[in-house]
Design a protein around this ligand. Sequence first.
Ligand code: DX5
Ligand code: ZN
Length: 221
Amino acid sequence: MKREIRITPSILNADLNNLDTEIAKIANVSDLIHLDVMDNLFVPNFTFDFESATSIIKNCPIDVDAHLMVAEVDSIAPMYAQAGCASVTIHAEATKEIANTLRSIRNEGARAGLAIKPNTAIEEYEQFSDLVDMFLIMTVEPGFGGQKFMANMMDKVRTTRSFIGDRPIWLQVDGGISLETIEMAMEAGADTFVAGSAVFKAQDPAAMVTSLRQLAMGVAN
Ligand code: DX5
Ligand code: ZN
């Protein structure tokens, strides 16, 4: 089966004072914009409150993929779906009502994503596959951009790919994706790639998105 590939640049390390310009640089060549929401509780960093996130979502010219690294995710996730995100991802470590929250994201019309941190095993979450539109395997400890890709997460990506099988569930990797690492993640079975610093620290962010896509497609074909 030919795998569809998606590149989802993270704006975490973009110039947040000129976000419209930053997003405009890559919108035409990207599949979704990855929005990292951090509350300084679930992770030791803060990015956006709901109000500023909503304004980014409303102004974004392409679909938004929200990655919620927040403690109170069960109440917050449906709000992000309502605000117009195409995809809303919750962390397995943060939710107390995993099935309900995944369902409520879908009920609000968004795709439901389930993320796990590097020290969390994927096996016990296979049972939620019917409620999940995307699994996110973190390839860094969540909290900050610019960290080193954890190649030892590739076994987890392979396990997830094997239980997804032919189902149309996306498999995302997030953290340290670059020209050096994207092929490894692709070979392991990922199809949806977050890239933050690799894209926004590049001279030409759009060209970088295209290069990343071409590399991943080289593995696919
Ligand atoms: C980390 C975030 C990532 C991060 C990716 O907690 O979830 O999305 O911004 O940035 P890079 O690609 O620089 O690792
Ligand atoms: Zn992220």
